[in-house]
Design a protein around this ligand. Structure first.
Ligand code: ATP
Ligand code: MG
Ligand code: MG
Length: 402
């Protein structure tokens, strides 16, 4: 397919790198993975190509290790945006057969990895974002912002956030000390509370020339700030919604540079308005469903884009699909196993386990994608899976699987 060697900066046991590596193996794309340990999830699915191209044991945060990886590959990509951009810029000059390409570009990663900088960028480019303000990590500053923006508000870490772990929902002024002790050691900003009716996401793939193709719009459902379910295609009485969401996502992704897949998270308001919540410059949880449900998965299209190969179709190939995240409930993997056992009995269900060494409460351990011929069939298939989740209420099951 190509002689180019792809380097993946792994996230320390991440699933996105694992699914990217699995996709690369089908295309015979040579990959070198930088991740901690010899049995990181991505390394489990892709043996080293040769001794010269052995995987690297180290952290994405270690400049020396990034340099080592850069010396072995033609194209560098990331499964996490929280990387040291200065090091990426430095290694851009390292030459193997051809100059090293970094996708997405260091500019894109720099802009996106700081959520406040990302929001300022989107605002300046005319993309719709809800009201946000800078804030210092002090009680006085948060109080001043609360007066300006109103309560509730979402206090957010500018950097290193994932799965809602940098967010604090501030409902009353009396919670400010608690918020500061939870997030105060990080640079912060504040967002006006968004009373959305739905959360929507669109995966967009961007070529080296800056052309963009979007995947179908999907509905994402979060539980405790973590992505819980993803339904595709998006259902709405508003016939323009899915197209509008795709247009908002495509326009936003065009403002960045470098190739690859981007995940655009959006809020849908009661009046039909859309706001961008955040953008991830990489394959994304809301795009896992594309493996079974689209003509070309987000992972394969990410590889095609960064390798300058023709993109594959982003179209759905099934009438209805849902992705259920398997989130650790405790330090035991027992609860996950119970759900995967049920999945084995559900037609149209595909189980993905990520090979993580330890289970922890709130940790993404795997996911299940279900495909079906209709929404009704999909919900019937989803029902036993939701019922098998620890702590799931009858109400919740009915809400998503009626
Ligand atoms: P991830 O990267 O895993 O998607 P994150 O840590 O970057 O998560 P966000 O996407 O900022 O966190 O927020 C997580 C969830 O919190 C959102 O999907 C949404 O449900 C809720 N949320 C975020 N911002 C707001 C807001 N301003 N108002 C209301 N709810 C919000
Ligand atoms: Mg995020
Ligand atoms: Mg998010």
């Amino acid at each position: 397919m190509t002689d180019k060697v792809v380097g993946i900066l792994g996230v320390c046991g991440g699933q996105l790198g694992r699914m990217l590596a699995a996709s690369a193996s089908l295309l015979n794309v040579k990959v070198v993975i930088l991740d901690v340990g010899t049995s990181a999830p991505a390394k489990q699915v892709l043996a080293p190509i040769s001794t010269d191209l052995a995987h690297i044991d180290g952290s994405f945060a270690d400049p020396e290790k990034i340099r080592e990886l850069a010396g072995k590959v033609d194209v560098l990509t990331v499964e996490i945006e929280h990387v040291d951009v200065k090091t990426l810029e430095d290694v851009q000059g390292i030459i193997r057969n051809t100059p090293l390409a970094i996708h997405p570009s260091p500019f894109t990663i720099h802009t996106i990895q700081d959520k406040f900088r990302q929001k300022e960028h989107l605002l300046s480019q005319g993309s719709p974002v809800s009201h946000f303000l800078p804030v210092d990590s002090t009680e006085e500053s948060v109080r001043a912002v609360a007066v300006q923006i109103g309560l509730p508000l979402m206090l957010k870490s500018r950097t290193l956030a994932y799965d809602g772990r940098g967010n604090f929902a501030l409902r009353e002024l009396s919670q400010i000390p608690e918020a500061i002790s939870a997030l105060g050691d990080r640079p912060l900003y504040a967002e006006k509370w968004v009373s959305f009716v739905k959360e929507i996401a669109v995966m967009v793939v961007r070529t080296i020339d800056g052309q963009v193709e979007s995947y179908p719009a999907v509905e994402t459902v979060h539980k405790d700030n973590i992505c819980h379910l993803v339904f595709a295609p998006l259902r709405s009485r508003d016939a323009t919604l899915a197209q509008r969401a795709r247009a908002v996502a495509e326009t936003a992704v065009k403002t960045f540079t470098g190739a690859g897949v981007f995940g655009v998270e959006m809020f849908l308001m009661d009046n039909g308005d859309l706001y961008i919540n955040e953008i991830a410059p990489r394959p994304h949880n809301s795009g896992h469903y594309t493996i079974e449900a689209c003509e070309t998965s987000q992972y394969e299209n990410h590889l095609r884009a960064i390798l300058n190969l023709p993109l594959g179709s982003t179209a759905l190939k099934v009438p209805s699909t849902v992705m259920l995240n398997l989130i650790g409930y405790s330090s035991s993997v027992e609860e996950i196993t119970a759900t995967t056992r049920v999945a084995l009995t559900v037609p149209g269900a595909s189980t993905h386990l990520y090979g993580k060494s330890e289970c922890r409460k709130g940790r993404k351990m795997g996911h299940i994608t279900v495909v079906a011929d209709s929404d009704a069939q999909l919900r019937a298939r989803l029902r036993p899976l939701l019922q098998s989740l620890p702590g799931s209420s009858a109400d919740e099951v009915d809400r998503y699987a009626q």
